[in-house]
Design a binder for this molecule. Structure first.
Ligand SMILES: NC(=O)c1ccc[n+]([C@@H]2O[C@H](COP(=O)([O-])OP(=O)(O)OC[C@H]3O[C@@H](n4cnc5c(N)ncnc54)[C@H](OP(=O)(O)O)[C@@H]3O)[C@@H](O)[C@H]2O)c1
Length: 267
């Protein structure tokens, strides 16, 4: 481990891997067990060795159902972990989620009041408060991340391409976020030093069902079955509507462009 401008926590995950590839030598990436953000000693030791100007926190428990069943663990990582990072006094950018919203009829902006949909959303919202208690820190809300191989879109595409059946949820509307677009926005934010809450998604709302039908038509393979979250019997309730929009000028390309770019890596 070396001195670096940016300490990236949660570096082995979907977003962390893409960020590390983009930031190169600017960032030192760490993940469990080397860095456990819930352990103040582990955070202090990582800081000691890295001496960063910025902490970029993408560590999380992204299994929404596990968070519902193990709320203590969810709050430990999403609230206490962010509190530990903020307490270092180093500028912090931390990632949050559209699950801080539950229902609505037009995209939520940064000035809308959150009403979390589940424990995952509640614990992430408390983490937001921990981060924003210190001036200069930033919270980035995003949703339905997808990369080249991981996330909702690659999963649907992969299943259909093999001729499989996708049970696609019809009663959840949100935005997708192509991880490489988000990474560019995060890099800009790291450099400009802007603070507060930012919504970063590919504008344009959709549902898993709409995505699955679009991909099935393109591929001419597999089948799509429309289901509801109730049919799936999962422990955590999901937001019915949690599309995001920004009034802070961090514009990502629209959903059509994100999908075209991703499909271009496949076809
Ligand atoms: N994926 C999405 O669709 C989505 C949507 C909205 C918001 N977000 C947010 O975006 C961020 C990045 O998500 P992602 O999809 O890249 O997540 P991910 O792939 O699940 O990666 C998260 C990483 O954090 C690590 N981690 C967990 N607990 C930790 C701890 N105590 N200390 C240090 N590292 C820890 C995980 O390790 P283990 O794998 O060993 O647990 C994992 O490597 C998160 O804040 C997430 O809440 C994601």
């Amino acid at each position: 481990m070396a001195v670096a401008e940016i300490l990236l926590a949660g570096a082995r995950g979907l977003l962390g891997t893409a960020l590390l590839a983009r930031l190169g030598d600017r960032a030192e990436g760490m993940d469990l067990p080397e860095l456990d953000i819930t352990d103040p000693g582990s955070v202090a030791s990582a800081l000691d060795r890295t001496r960063p100007e910025l902490i970029l926190n993408v560590a999380a428990l992204t299994d929404v159902d596990r968070c519902q069943m193990e709320p203590g663990e969810a709050f430990r990582v999403h609230r206490d972990g962010v509190r530990n990072l903020a307490a270092t006094g180093v500028r912090l950018i931390t990632i949050s989620t559209d699950h801080v919203f539950t229902s609505g009829d037009s995209p939520f902006t940064e000035s809308d009041s959150p009403t979390p949909a589940n424990i995952y959303g509640e614990s992430k919202l408390e983490g937001e408060h921990e981060a924003l208690a210190r001036p200069g820190n930033a919270v980035i809300r995003t949703s339905w991340l997808f990369g080249r191989e991981k996330g909702l879109i690659p999963w649907i595409h992969g299943t259909l391409a093999l001729g499989g059946e996708v049970r696609a949820v019809a009663d959840q509307t949100a935005c997708v976020t192509y991880v490489f677009h988000l990474v560019r926005a995060l890099e800009r934010l790291a450099d400009t030093g802007e603070a507060g809450i930012f919504h970063c998604v590919n504008p344009g709302e959709t549902s898993p069902l709409r995505l699955a039908e679009m991909l099935r038509k393109r591929l001419g393979a597999g089948t799509v079955r429309s289901v509801s979250w109730a049919d799936l019997g999962r422990p955590a309730p999901r937001p019915v509507y949690s599309a995001l929009a920004t009034e802070r000028g961090i514009d990502l390309p629209p959903i059509e462009e994100a999908l075209k770019e991703w499909l271009g890596t496949r076809e």
